[in-house]
Write a protein that binds this ligand. Sequence first.
Ligand SMILES: C[S@@+](CC[C@H](N)C(=O)[O-])C[C@H]1O[C@@H](n2cnc3c(N)ncnc32)[C@H](O)[C@@H]1O
Ligand code: SF4
Length: 259
Amino acid sequence: MASTDLTVLEDGGRTRDYGPPRLIFELTNICNLHCSYCLRDEDALYHTRAEFFSLELFDRILKEAREAMGITHVMFTGGETTLHPKFREVIETVAAHGLKCSFVTNGWHFERVWPAISANRNVVTHVAFSLDGATREAHDRWRGADSFVRLVRAFSRCQHEQLPFVIKSVLRKDTLPQLEQMAIFGARMGASALNFGHLLPTSSGFATGPAAASGQTSASTSSRNADPTVSLRLLCIDNLLEYGGDHTGIRDWGLGIGN
Ligand SMILES: C[S@@+](CC[C@H](N)C(=O)[O-])C[C@H]1O[C@@H](n2cnc3c(N)ncnc32)[C@H](O)[C@@H]1O
Ligand code: SF4
């Protein structure tokens, strides 16, 4: 793996160096998609009042965190980050504090928020896009029709405008056999990193199966079946990553946190 900078801990152990402290904000609890494996609470996403992080509170936290912790970077997650009605003001607040930011998104609304990003190019370091498969069929199976096409459009926008972007994928039994293809696809689209997240348990158990067999993501398809083969197959992943990293052109591989 490329990112092997290690920091020595007080007890002599070593850990990867993640750089200066960063703050992660959940900008909103709502989402326009409905991925059945999503770790976010169903009620929060779809059945409770939409909440959007208050700009005033955001401003205050940035000020205090900067003074107290010396943060330099802010990351946004959700829900779907781009649904915040004051997305532009959020970025401008980051700029006003002299900080940088990045956000993770499903990409659906990327064209709509592009002007806000474009106007703050020196503030947004990169965008992280979630990818659930190497093909339209595989990705849309989780994220719904047209998700893949919109994602590709967003990739193209970033590449054309030279805004760095990374791809985030979840390790599931359906994504493991596609990792190499996903890496090659990402590299061809111009991604500068491919980050993997372990599948986290949801409130209904572990989501390891393609739940939306109908081709649409749906609340009613929560077949969150545990799959004991996943952990075994994860043992093989390092080799696959090394192999994929040799010829895809992707510079950074790793089991990533954050954006
Ligand atoms: C919760 S989403 C929020 C941002 C945005 N809506 C998106 O999908 O990119 C953030 C990331 O968490 C991942 N994720 C969702 N459910 C997960 C789970 N059960 N385990 C691990 N990662 C998960 C998504 O694939 C996405 O990359
Ligand atoms: S797009 Fe993101 S927040 Fe929305 S359901 Fe999918 S993983 Fe969850």
